[in-house]
Design a protein around this ligand. Structure first.
Ligand code: HEM
Ligand code: HEM
Length: 237
């Protein structure tokens, strides 16, 4: 089905939002989460940094730069997926490319539901449903990952793998769509780069998860609160 002009622009916007801001957000998000490797205090300092930002700026960034682009990319992605021909069994396309195309869409659909689960059990639960910021500090995240026989850890590890594939295969597609890699040799070279990026991003995410398993959380997860004046602190001793 031919795309009319409006759909063409939406498709371009969908493609762009996959890289900027969502792809960039994911890379910085996994990098900051990997501070868990350095211990509870370092990870909690990251959470505290965002909590310390003026509330209206944080909310504007969360909604404008993260949530709305993901919502648009996700909903329009589902729309593209339900219209796309599932050509995985058609012999006329090269076997591997067929499967990569199929996985791009399958990972998108899975990510849609995983991200709803992820955001509602972290940011929304902590900041808007009254669970408190402790819920997303080191100890809270460790509990989330290890409770129920490590179910959380398994889901996060799978989620990271799917998101990493979706982003890195997407990068390859993006460069073709936007005319950045035109020749076949450039496309083959970028495929190698995308594969290395896929491995690197997956390892980054899994390393962040490992960071929540290797440190003792006891005493490290203190609620973020204003420092009491020294005199008050002494009285309460
Ligand atoms: C190692 C795996 C991950 C861990 C440990 C993790 C941890 C967290 C935490 C602690 C928060 C709450 C942050 C806050 O509100 O200050 C959060 C929020 C969020 N995460 Fe993740 N995350 C992981 C992977 C991902 C991936 C792969 C994505 C995909 C893009 C993602 C997308 C988001 C989004 C969109 C939010 C909401 C951000 C906001 O509204 O401020 N996360 N995550
Ligand atoms: C929320 C669930 C998501 C859904 C349903 C979804 C769906 C899709 C679909 C169907 C495509 C292929 C578009 C096409 O070939 O025409 C795509 C491309 C892409 N997605 Fe997603 N996606 C989701 C989340 C994400 C996330 C979290 C990221 C980044 C980490 C991302 C990054 C990309 C990139 C870079 C592309 C390639 C753009 C292009 O083909 O030019 N997506 N997405």
């Amino acid at each position: 089905m031919a795309l009319n002009r409006e759909n063409f622009l939406l498709h371009k916007l969908h493609s762009l939002t996959g890289i900027v801001p969502i792809g960039f957000y994911m890379l910085q998000h996994l990098t900051l989460n990997s501070f868990a490797l350095a211990g509870p205090d370092k990870f909690n300092a990251v959470i505290a940094f965002f909590e310390g930002m003026p509330k209206h700026i944080l909310l504007a960034l969360e909604i404008g730069v993260i949530l709305l682009p993901i919502l648009f990319h996700g909903v329009y992605g589902l729309f593209i997926t339900q219209r796309a021909e599932v050509n995985v069994y058609q012999k006329k396309y090269r076997y591997t490319e067929n499967w990569m195309y199929f996985f791009q869409r399958a990972t998108g659909v899975a990510l849609f539901f995983l991200l709803i689960l992820h955001v509602s059990t972290t940011t929304i639960a902590a900041k808007y449903l009254g669970r408190g910021i402790e819920h997303i500090q080191y100890a809270g995240m460790q509990k989330m990952l290890t409770d129920n026989g490590y179910l959380g850890l398994i889901l996060y590890a799978i989620g990271v793998l799917l998101a990493s594939y979706h982003l890195c295969y997407g990068l390859w597609n993006f460069c073709i769509r936007w005319g950045i890699t035109v020749s076949e040799s450039a496309q083959i070279a970028l495929r190698k780069v995308s594969f290395v990026a896929f491995v690197a991003v997956t390892v980054l995410g899994w390393a962040a998860l490992a960071g929540f398993l290797i440190h003792e959380p006891a005493g490290a997860s203190q609620p973020i609160q204003a420092q009491a004046p020294a005199s008050v602190a002494q009285q309460s001793l």
